[in-house]
Design a binder for this molecule. Structure first.
Ligand code: COA
Length: 201
């Protein structure tokens, strides 16, 4: 049985794999904004900020990825000027369709913005291990809270977060126009208070 190792950071030659895992898991969110699979993968590969990426590796292969916003640093470092360079006139479409995704702003200490495990590796405890790693990381750094947003129909992920100790603090509904674009009604804002949580470790 191979051990799963969790750590921060990726190598240059792992950018593509990380981008693929993220895109396959979140295509319903990213495709309407970035336009196509090819474009989304290019954006991820170029602008992923390696130190803000947490990965799970099995036999050296990446099987899980999490993107964080922490210390005001985003896992996807796409500036306004980068976006104009990448999208040119389509920037208006990107800004309008991407509006509800920007709502996942950093309010607390650490935002878990995305987490995904490769389809063939799901259901084997890798997601749980990554979340526990993140909780220990937050605790060690004296952070108060970890926050995340999960779309309403993603019941599996919500169950996982609740098992770890996250609780729902708010339901954010998205306006009708974006509901049609993305195919979901809204998302739950969840958080875990690291000072009081006993499930950690
Ligand atoms: C959500 C995700 C990261 C979980 O990773 P994972 O390695 O499969 O999770 P685990 O094996 O640690 O699962 C732990 C628990 O979560 C729950 N769970 C996870 N995925 C589930 C699903 N699709 N349906 C129902 N329950 C699910 C189960 O309660 C499971 O416990 P069990 O195995 O005792 O039944 C993974 O399924 C994934 O990548 N999904 C697609 C992307 C996504 O939805 N990310 C979350 C966005 S906020």
């Amino acid at each position: 049985m191979w051990k799963t190792n969790i750590s921060f950071g990726i190598k240059e030659n792992e950018r593509r794999k990380v981008s693929q895992i993220l895109y396959e898991a979140f295509s319903e969110k990213f495709k309407p904004v970035f336009g196509s699979r090819k474009k989304s993968l290019r954006i991820f590969s170029r602008y992923i900020n390696a130190p803000s990426i947490l990965v799970a590796r099995k036999r050296g292969e990446i099987v899980g990825v999490a993107g964080l916003k922490y210390n005001h640093v985003n896992w996807l470092k796409l500036s306004f000027f980068d976006a104009i360079r990448e999208f040119r006139f389509a920037i208006f479409r990107v800004a309008i369709t991407g509006f509800p995704l920007m709502a996942s702003r950093l309010k607390g200490d650490l935002l878990l913005d995305v987490i995904a495990v490769s389809p063939e590796a799901r259901g084997k405890g890798i997601g749980t291990k990554m979340l526990r790693f993140l909780l220990s990381f937050g605790k060690q750094r004296g952070l108060e809270k970890i926050r995340l947003y999960v779309i309403c129909h993603n019941k599996g992920a919500k169950v996982l977060y609740e098992k770890i100790g996250f609780t729902t603090v708010r339901l954010h509904k998205i306006p009708r126009f974006w509901r049609n674009v993305f195919g979901f009604n809204g998302y739950f804002e969840m958080e875990i208070n690291l000072n009081y949580n006993k499930n950690i470790e």
